[in-house]
Design a protein around this ligand. Structure first.
Ligand code: HAX
Length: 436
């Protein structure tokens, strides 16, 4: 066993009694109330999932293993001369629940290095798709094609014990995560650059390697690190994380689970919102003839969007009730590196203009910007202007958190997910009885 896997095994053994205790001794304790409103309202706020990897507070935002995002950025080791930490260190933190030291990050980097070569057939699968396919389709198909590599499936067929499920899952996770940046960069070159792909650079971390493959200079390595880190996890109830967990609960392997989660991420109310923000901003700038932002004209445009029945992309959230700290971190990065960028100026004026309008409009429970309002603008500034690609970048990050969760789901023996459904008539009956 590698040192990392060995240490993870110790952590798992230490944690297991807590799970067993809750299941054995407290299974009947009531945690939450299931109302008709919650059932009909997409289970908003219903406390019925478990993860120890991240927790989303509506007012504070996400914490990874107890740390806020600014703390994560501050605490994790960084490559020399970089503002942003190693993504590999974040993976260690999510898996172990501990901030790694330099040596532990080094071990993680080695784990990734030896696994990062993408099999040739994956490129062929991507090439076989029409180059006008959405990049998320290419991404999902590429991951699916690698299912044949699954260690979990191989050992499960041989008769793996339940308590050992986590072990080949861990191998599958590291195998696939280490390859995602190259697969994404290949999709980019295939879709937009007439196949001018640059292969992985040996001996560099994920952020630097991705910048190299995208043919971008500094600080795009830090842009990538920041992007992958802040998108990695947002507790378990969001569509992508929940989908990944649900699919994996049937003991489908990580390839099936990650491919499935991407399909949820690809929706405009979730990850695709970053693409939608750019599309919407472009039409706004077109109306303004590319001039400097003008608050009054922008207010009019926001109202026009709302009055036509559309949502303002990049604003609102199902859980958050304040500005998303992932937005704030990206804004701070932008203020430091791209503050004169016209598109960024537009985004910054929208930060001022949209929340009061959404409040006046009176529908959205949260009028503040979310992660997607900023991420595309940074990519655009550094020359990644093909906004169809942005959700793929989100997907690399999100795969990290979902994978860490799936390893722990298996380690703690979480069961097949299977809630119960009712009919409308049954709910009407329940409602009638409650009114009596
Ligand atoms: N613009 C206009 N209307 C909005 C809105 C926005 N940005 N956000 C919410 N609303 C509306 C909803 O459409 C809903 O209207 P109806 O009652 O007519 O259906 C009403 O306000 C109540 O919605 P809510 O309870 O505040 O929000 P939900 O939990 O239902 O949905 C969403 C949360 C993020 C989907 C929503 O805020 C939205 O559509 N935002 C724009 C799209 C977006 O930015 N998505 C990315 C979110 C972050 C993320 O997951 N990234 O991956």
């Amino acid at each position: 066993m590698s040192n990392i896997k060995d240490k993870l095994y110790t952590k798992i053994q230490e944690w297991r009694p807590r799970t067993i205790n809750l299941v054995k001794n407290y299974a009947d304790v009531v945690v939450d109330e299931v109302t008709i409103g919650k059932i009909m309202g997409g289970m908003r706020g219903l406390k019925c999932l478990i993860t120890d990897i991240s927790y989303l507070d509506p007012n504070e935002g996400i914490r990874y293993r107890g740390h806020t995002l600014p703390e994560v950025i501050k605490l994790l080791p960084k490559p020399e001369g970089s503002e942003m930490p190693y993504v590999e260190g974040l993976i260690y933190l999510l898996l172990m629940g501990e901030v790694p030291n330099e040596k532990e990050v080094e071990e993680m980097l080695e784990e990734f290095e030896r696994r990062k070569t993408v099999p040739k057939y994956v490129y062929e699968v991507i090439d076989a798709l029409p180059c006008k396919s959405h990049p998320m389709i290419m991404f999902s198909a590429a991951i699916m094609s690698m299912q044949r590599e699954s260690q979990f499936e191989k050992y499960y067929k041989k008769g793996l014990k339940k308590e050992d499920y986590w072990d080949p899952t861990y191998e599958d996770v590291l195998n696939i995560l280490s390859k995602l940046p190259e697969i994404a960069a290949y999709i980019y070159s295939r879709a937009y650059q007439q196949d001018k792909h640059r292969h992985s650079l040996p001996g560099v971390d994920m952020g630097a390697n991705f910048a190299h493959m995208m043919n971008k200079d500094k600080p795009y390595d830090d842009v990538s690190r920041l992007h992958f880190i802040i998108h990695s996890d947002h507790e378990s109830g969001n569509v992508s994380a929940h989908t990944g967990h649900l699919v994996s609960s049937s003991l489908s392997d990580i390839y099936y689970s990650l491919s499935a989660m991407l399909h949820g991420l690809a929706g405009p109310l979730h990850g695709l919102a970053n693409q939608e923000v750019l599309r919407w901003l472009q039409s706004l700038m077109k109306q303004m003839n590319g001039a400097e932002p003008d608050e009054e004209k922008m207010k009019k445009f926001v109202w026009e969007t709302l009055n036509s029945g559309q949502v303002i992309p990049g604003f609102g959230h199902a859980v958050l009730r304040k500005t998303d700290p992932r937005y704030t971190l990206q804004r701070e990065f932008s203020l430091k590196h791209i503050k004169d960028d016209l598109l960024f100026k537009y985004v910054d004026v929208l930060f001022k203009v949209v929340p009061p309008i959404l409040k006046e409009h009176g529908k959205a429970k949260n009028p503040w910007p979310n992660v997607d309002a900023q991420s595309g603008v940074i990519q655009w500034h550094y020359g990644v202007t093909e906004y169809d690609f942005y959700t793929v970048l989100f997907g690399i990050g999100r795969a990290i958190g979902i994978s860490a969760n799936i390893i722990w789901d298996r380690a703690l023996g979480y069961p097949l997910e299977r809630p119960k459904s009712l009919t409308t008539e049954m709910l009407e009956e329940i409602a009638k009885k409650a009114k009596k």
